[in-house]
Design a protein around this ligand. Structure first.
Ligand code: WT7
Length: 572
């Protein structure tokens, strides 16, 4: 199969061209209860208001455990439980503006905690449970987090770093009733102490509700702050892009440790009163197909690596299932190759809609819509209300077909408010006058479709997750055998990119497979399970500038067999 995929007439957004001309952000206001005098708070609009009408008894959350066990919560129940948690937090001494981390597997408590924090005016910091102690420490120190909500299992991982976290006052532990250490409180006790009638706190549009850590090409991860005003854009894109409706059952496969899992795993779908499915377990092709079919998923948001893994699992498997109920599929996080789109058309007769955005953008920006022809391999076109462009170093838009920076006119509602305690880094996004510079390189075709080309920096996008080489290098050199390390993203058919590390050894250590395994394990357990180098190459020396900076650009060119470029700053 090849060629473009024709549009359908069944979507919420009926005419992209008309909407792009006529849409005004203010027209979304009336969809929220605050426009009728209720408090202004993303959690109120996502949950509380539905508990006041017939949706009180509608299922908000199907939480599927790792081994398939199911918990269900109605909007009424979630409203009450998150209120209790919010009030319990306040009784524990939490205050508005506090950074409060949620370090949990994808269980129902994660959702109660996230909502509770936001309801009491806190800034929720979701941490993917695959993170190791070093990664949690970096984020906790940067944000000055005062409370961490975690589980008994994950608490074990925190033990080596607890003494370093000067700002941390309390740890709330799910299922931890027995012999809790000093500073630890049981989740149940917080719930018991909280008032179910707690009233969600009124916030300003520019107050942050979330601090979402993400990697850059330099330094440790940055705390991106997204404001309550993001609800406007999250709402309208949940409708236009995810195509969500009242009767839908929606599954977002992203973990809330990534922004997809909060903007579109929690808030976006719940503004619309949609039932959300969450699965705690890991990827497994058969299990995923079973969830799609057995739960009657109608809208599914996932990532290219997962889709490629399903494709690899084979046509025989996919043909065992009937996807009649599935109406709409979206993808995000990395380039969605045309092959995957053709595969889904062939085996499921479904279109996959690629969506492009970033942690910093808070919500969708460039997307495909049911009413628009899909050009497989293209990210689509800007959502109505957003102006995107391909620009050169001076901010001039370049002609169609020309590579340049993928840039946006600042001011869309969900744009980050800032980077926590790092104004210089925030300003870097706006160095080209008039534009927000995404860090991606792309081009536009003659008809305005955007096509992704790569990153303009050293950021690695692996299996839909973003990783900074510096973090991995820092973890590597903590290993007793490692003298220096340079890390790059190496193109990979399945994962988009994999982490490759070039390593020099300290005197007395010899390269071996054993040592590779040991180093791999070291990074996995300290930094994150997904962040380890899938390839390690021992080298005698690393290319460095005269000031001693490792030239990753040269490592990458060497790896890919490409010209090495300007080497005038190379050490020798
Ligand atoms: C980076 C942002 C916010 C969603 C999850 C990722 C890459 C994202 C696409 C896409 C090609 C994509 C970009 C971007 N990316 N979506 N549809 N096609 N690349 O958020 O972790 O902040 O990463 O992911 O390089 O800059 P993130």
């Amino acid at each position: 199969m090849e060629g473009n995929i024709p549009p359908t007439t069944t979507g919420n957004l009926q005419d992209y061209e008309v909407a792009s001309k006529e849409f005004a952000w203010a027209s979304v206001d009336k969809e929220f209860d605050w426009s009728q005098g209720s408090v202004y708070n993303v959690a109120y609009e996502a949950i509380d208001r539905h508990a006041l009408n017939w949706r009180k008894n509608k299922i908000a959350l199907y939480s599927i455990g790792a081994s398939g066990e199911l918990e269900k919560y109605t909007f009424g129940e979630l409203s009450e439980l998150s209120s209790k948690f919010a009030d319990g937090l306040i009784k524990l001494g939490a205050k508005g503006g506090d950074r409060i981390f949620v370090y949990l597997d994808r269980t129902s408590e994660l959702y109660m905690a996230m909502l509770g924090i936001v309801k009491m005016g806190g800034i929720a910091g979701p941490l993917f449970s695959a993170l190791g102690p070093e990664a949690v420490k970096d984020r906790a120190l940067d944000s000055g987090a005062s409370i961490i909500i975690t589980s008994e299992n994950l608490y074990e991982r925190l033990l080596p770093i607890l003494d370093d976290l000067a700002d941390l006052r309390k740890i709330i532990i799910v299922d931890g009733k027995e012999e809790l250490a000093r500073n630890c409180v049981a989740f149940e006790d917080i719930m018991e102490s909280g008032d179910p009638n707690f009233q969600t706190v009124n916030m300003a549009p520019t107050d942050p509700y979330i601090i979402q850590y993400t990697s850059g090409s330099t330094g440790k991860p940055k705390g991106v702050l997204i404001g309550h005003r993001a609800m406007t854009q999250q709402y309208i894109t949940a409708r236009w892009v995810l195509d969500l409706r009242e009767e839908d059952t929606y599954w977002c496969t992203a973990d809330p440790g990534w922004i997809t899992g909060t903007s579109y795993g929690i808030f976006g779908p719940w503004y619309l009163g949609t039932s959300v499915v969450s699965f705690e377990g890991r990827f497994d092709a058969r299990t995923w197909y079973e969830i799609l079919v057995n739960y009657g998923i109608t809208v599914w948001y996932t990532a290219p690596t997962a889709l490629r893994m399903l494709m690899r699992a084979g046509d025989d498997l996919v043909k065992e299932f009937n996807f009649d109920k599935l109406r709409h599929i979206c993808s995000v996080g990395e380039p969605l190759n045309a092959e995957v789109i053709y595969w889904a058309m062939r085996v499921m007769n479904k279109r996959i809609h690629d969506t492009w955005w970033q942690t910093e953008t808070g919500a969708h920006l460039i997307c495909n819509y049911p009413c628009m022809t899909i050009r497989p391999g293209s990210m689509g076109k800007p959502i109505p209300g957003v102006i995107a462009g391909i620009v050169d170093e001076e901010g001039n838009e370049v002609p169609p077909g020309t590579e340049g920076h993928l840039a946006l006119r600042p001011g869309w509602p969900s744009m980050m408010l800032g980077i926590y305690r790092n104004t210089p880094r925030f300003k870097e996004y706006f160095e080209i006058p008039g534009w927000y510079i995404s860090g991606d390189l792309a081009y536009q075709d003659d008809d305005g479709y955007f096509w992704f080309l790569g990153r303009s920096d050293d950021v690695i996008v692996t299996a839909g997750g973003r990783l900074g080489p510096f973090e991995v290098e820092s973890a590597l050199i903590e290993h007793s055998a490692v003298a220096e390390a340079g890390v790059i993203g190496k193109p990979d058919e399945l994962r988009g990119e994999i982490v490759k590390a070039f390593v020099t050894l300290r005197p007395g250590f010899k390269p071996s497979e054993e040592l590779k395994k040991d180093i791999t394990n070291f990074v996995k357990t300290r930094l994150a399970y997904y962040a380890y180098p899938r390839e390690i190459e021992f080298v005698e020396s690393l290319p460095k500038t005269r000031s001693g900076k490792i030239m990753r650009r040269v490592l990458k060119a060497m790896e890919l067999g490409q010209p090495l470029g300007d080497l005038s700053t190379l050490e020798d």
